[in-house]
Design a protein around this ligand. Structure first.
Ligand code: RIB
Length: 314
């Protein structure tokens, strides 16, 4: 259903990120001095929720934090972003998810995630969410595969399209997630799940086809960083690359999450996946120009202005 303010359910992770800027990463047994650090709201699911809300969707978030200070901060942050978070539960035992993210000059990062409470989301939380109508479900793999499966099942029963951001790589059989509308892995995830590289368009087409065969999904959208993305339509059996935008990179953290939110929101708004892919490329590019996860998520007006400046209709 095409709608200017699509209703998106995000079932996913929510973390407190510790972002540490440094000249270079230490070798084993070495200490290096960092230049700046900060605690920043993150987690793939919450990043996608915040980005989708800023891009104009009405967002409901299902997730779990711990009963601790980070959990309280993250909950308040979602409320400030006008996200429906009644189903963000606080687990009695587990700690709030946490990620340590060293960032080197040029924006390259590495992410170490402690999943904590993210792994305690329950199936009934997901079922409860689906008591309300949604235009799409957005999920990622930073939570228990059983919960991802539950979300896909509930969405499938109601004909709600599912967008799966296939990160991070998990030991799971993607065949379990029947009926995905869009499967969107990055390059690392593509190689892990398809066993194939995607370094050029020909390879991307082969890897996409393999992923479509494995999962039975309708469309594959490979996230290729500054190269943009590769769209593959299962019914047509072919795909094309949608070029990305060159920007000055500060921090690549959560650029993929901005992309996923842009793709799903603009697709639901226009019904046009190619147009949504250009929009998603712009959202990802803008996120790369800023430090941290959720603070770097762009707003609808910014993405539209960015595209228009480059002669592209949003
Ligand atoms: O995609 C970026 C996110 O991955 C970070 O915010 C971190 O929390 C990890 O979940």
């Amino acid at each position: 259903m095409v709608s200017d303010k699509p209703r998106i359910l995000v079932v996913g992770s929510i973390n407190m990120d510790l972002v540490l800027e440094m000249q270079r990463l230490p070798d084993a047994g070495e200490s290096v001095l960092g230049s700046r650090y900060g605690y920043v709201p993150g987690g793939k699911g919450a990043n996608q929720a915040v980005a989708a809300a800023r891009l104009g969707a009405e967002v409901t978030f299902v997730g779990r934090v711990g009963r601790d200070a980070h959990g309280d901060t993250l909950r308040e942050h979602l409320a400030r972003e006008a996200i429906h978070a009644e189903l963000l539960a606080a687990d009695e035992q587990a700690q709030t998810g946490f990620a340590a993210i060293p960032v080197e000059p040029g924006g390259q990062n590495r992410i170490i995630v402690y999943a904590g409470a993210n792994l305690t989301i329950r199936a009934e939380d997901v079922r409860k969410a689906f008591e309300r109508p949604f235009d799409a479900l957005v999920v990622n793999l930073e939570i228990s595969p059983d919960i991802v499966e539950e979300g896909c099942r509930e969405a499938g029963r109601r004909g709600v399209p599912v967008f799966l951001d296939a990160g991070p790589v998990r030991e799971m059989d993607l065949r379990r997630l029947g009926g995905l509308h869009v499967l969107s892995p990055n390059e690392t995830e593509t190689r892990a799940y398809s066993g194939l590289p995607c370094g050029n368009d020909e390879e991307a087409a082969l890897a996409s086809r393999r992923l479509a065969e494995i999962t039975g999904c309708r469309q594959v959208v490979l996230k290729l960083g500054e190269r943009g993305c590769f769209l593959y339509e299962s019914s047509a059996g072919r795909g094309e690359r949608v070029p990305g935008f060159q920007v000055q990179a500060v921090d690549t953290t959560a650029a993929g999450d901005a992309f996923t939110a842009g793709l799903s929101t603009q697709y639901l708004r226009t019904g046009d996946l190619r147009r949504a892919a250009r929009y998603a490329n712009a959202a990802g590019a803008l996120a790369v120009t800023r430090l941290g996860a959720q603070p770097s998520m762009p707003r609808r007006g910014e993405v539209e202005a960015f595209l228009r400046e480059r002669g592209v209709e949003p």
